[in-house]
Design a binder for this molecule. Structure first.
Ligand code: 45D
Length: 152
């Protein structure tokens, strides 16, 4: 069931969470049209996205791990203030840049842990609408909000 999937996701370490998101999202071929993206007001995220784009590779990966770990950094604080669609749009943009190698990609031989690949398998079996719900629930919790920094 969905809540159990989201809960297990949040219990993975940061590397597994990022890698799983990447595999789940890229292989599902969820098509996001330019029109759909235009409906999202990405202005709020542009400064951070540009900053990340200009960082060295290791820092790019670190920023994404920080987001998953709810670390208290300026980018994590700004991220927490985004609406759900801006958060999704933010990850969408990073994944596009990873495909174009503008942002550091996942190593080719990267192996998910057993727990994470079981979870990926469970996510694969969901229907599209449920997969979207999983992505929403997962990205909503990322970043650092001083009031609620732990995933629920
Ligand atoms: O070396 O209605 C490891 C909108 C360690 C429009 C690593 C939408 C090893 C409105 C950590 C693995 C478009 C918003 C390295 C809807 C190592 C609307 C790095 C939907 C380098 C429905 C790992 C949008 C890394 C949606 C860096 C559904 C991993 C968007 C990075 C969904 C992973 C977007 C990334 C998703 C994953 C994007 C960037 C789920 C991105 C996922």
């Amino acid at each position: 069931a969905l809540p159990a999937i989201v809960k297990s996701f949040n219990q993975l370490n940061a590397e597994d969470q990022l890698a799983l998101l990447w595999f789940a999202y890229t292989e599902m071929g969820l098509t996001i049209t330019p029109a759909a993206m235009q409906a999202v007001n990405m202005v709020f995220a542009e400064k951070n996205l540009t900053q990340i784009k200009q960082m060295p590779a290791l820092e790019q990966t670190q920023v994404m791990c920080d987001l998953v770990n709810h670390t208290d950094t300026p980018i994590c604080r700004t991220y927490a203030s985004f609406g759900t669609n801006v958060k999704l749009g933010f990850w969408y943009q990073l994944s596009e840049w990873m495909k174009q190698t503008i942002v550091a990609p996942i190593p080719e031989n990267y192996q998910l842990s057993t727990k994470a690949s079981d979870l990926l398998q469970a996510i694969r079996k969901l229907e599209g609408g449920e997969q979207l719900t999983v992505f929403q629930k997962v990205v909503i919790n990322m970043g650092y909000a001083s009031t609620s920094s732990t995933p629920k």
